[in-house]
Design a protein around this ligand. Sequence first.
Ligand code: NAD
Ligand code: 2YH
Length: 259
Amino acid sequence: MALLTPEDLEDLLNKLRQSNETIKASTGKGITEICEEVYGTRPASQKVAIVPITAGNGIIGNFSSSLLAITEYFGLEGYITDHPDITGYHQAVSDGADILLMADDHMFIAHNLKNGKIAANHICTGVIYSEIASRFIHAGSKDVMVIGLGRVGYAGAEHLVKKGFNVYAYDPNTEFMEKAIEELGVNAYDSADHKKFSMVFEATPNANTISEGMITDRCLISTPGIPCALPAELAENGDIDLVMEPLVIGAAAMLYSVF
Ligand code: NAD
Ligand code: 2YH
């Protein structure tokens, strides 16, 4: 699984502001309103403790400070515990923190200690990015393309199916494709059909997974995938709206899902 790098997390709030402008222009609503509508919650002065975790590949520079900036951006009081791991967890609980944020190499979770709700980053990221794609105001149909059916992509595909969209999907992993067809009822995308989409949700760790033949001239691509799925020559097209941001949108969805 790809780990975030300190470079991915540089200038994070500026990246969020740019993404939020694109989200507003292409869906009519900003990320805060969309999270409120998806989860039916609002922040209520919860205290958020961020616990650095040294397991596996260890501390990622800028990760905890980025989570703190995100917490404060959404109007909450947050802090990073003085020590990592169990000592940090003990401090957070002893301090009366409402919500814990912490991640190892496999899972990034938000846990609300007061109401018991727990959120996983891969699920919330899939839900919120697919939701953004599905809200494209210029869409002419309910067809949505999902590229990648891994942890994030499957969660997004499931969310779109539950919302009543016609989901087309592609993943080179045939087991993942079969599971999504059998369990979710998605359609297998076949480039030979020459079908084009104005709403695309992409969740892969690979670049250039989107080709010109898949997308309409005016489209919204919503992708948490790192690196960018859209080839540079297509990204120059001003009619393609691209929502791509390395941490904040998914983390915001996690917070709203446990409020
Ligand atoms: P994963 O490894 O579980 O799944 C990735 C899937 O992409 C796999 O099933 C793989 O077969 C598929 N894939 C690879 N190349 C493809 C291609 N050309 N076309 C279609 N499918 C292809 O990974 P994941 O946990 O689902 O994460 C996906 C991406 O999202 C990663 O880059 C991860 O770092 C990123 N991510 C970003 C955020 C964020 O907040 N921006 C949050 C979580 C994950
Ligand atoms: O980046 C990650 C993993 N890819 C899991 C996230 C799921 N999308 N983890 C971050 C690890 C942070 C580190 N342990 C720290 O600084 O606390």
